[in-house]
Design a binder for this molecule. Structure first.
Ligand code: G6P
Ligand code: MG
Length: 214
């Protein structure tokens, strides 16, 4: 019996776990940053994973040579989102990462409740394009969250709505801020990616093809 079978719910992140939208966020931020004269690479992007839109923009503009008004920031965030929406417009179920559907189905077969905790305001659209909306018992609406990751609010809200105590949940995340959010919520954390980067996770797997319940 898998040690994960003691849990009652699993709460997944979306971008970079279930589908490779993390790549699209990277491309959209890189174009915006470079247009503002800010150097942008994979290492910097690692700090943005799991961080909400305005928070990510603030981190990028902190390296710019001038300051920006709130109206300019809003315009830049909107421009980034429009670019991102162009990138996700062509997504289909073929964009599910290896093992993603199997992980959702294995969690269901194990009797777990299944939640989604993404701070992306595009999460509902991405789930629809991937054809997996119906596989979740509850999807947090990012627009209702006051504090983004690494604050635990989003994972705690998912647990509450699923009717499961945080200690009976585990979370699945590809971002440093996301793993920190899971741990701050008092949950077991599965990191997806590089164990050196996701050092705070309880276990780290390379991708969902290695999901322990599959
Ligand atoms: C996820 C991604 C972040 C992204 C955030 C907000 O957490 O990991 O890279 O900035 O969602 O996404 P949004 O679609 O609302 O701009
Ligand atoms: Mg992510």
């Amino acid at each position: 019996m898998s040690p994960l079978s003691q849990f009652k719910a699993v709460i997944f992140d979306l971008d970079g776990v279930i589908t490779d939208t993390a790549r699209y966020h990277y491309l959209a931020w890189k174009r915006l940053a470079e247009a503002q004269g800010v150097h942008f690479d994979e290492a910097f992007n690692e700090h943005l994973k799991g961080i909400d839109r305005m928070g990510s923009l603030e981190l990028i503009l902190a390296s710019a040579t001038r300051s920006y008004t709130d109206a300019e920031k809003l315009a830049l965030a909107t421009e980034k989102n429009e670019h991102y929406k162009e990138l996700i417009a062509t997504m289909t179920p073929a964009d599910l990462l290896p093992g993603a559907v199997e992980a959702l189905d294995a969690a269901r077969a194990a009797g777990l409740k299944i939640g989604l905790a993404s701070v992306s305001r595009n999460a509902f659209e991405v789930l629809d394009r991937l054809g997996i909306t119906g596989k979740f018992d509850y999807v947090v609406d990012a627009g209702t969250i006051a504090r983004g990751k690494p604050d635990p609010e989003i994972f705690l809200k998912a647990a509450r709505e699923l009717g499961v105590a945080p200690g009976d949940c585990f979370g699945v995340e590809d971002a440093v801020a996301g793993v920190a959010s899971i741990k701050a919520a008092g949950m077991y954390a599965i990191g997806v990616g590089d164990p050196r980067v996701l050092a705070q996770a309880d276990i780290v797997i390379p991708d969902l093809a290695a999901f322990p319940l599959n």
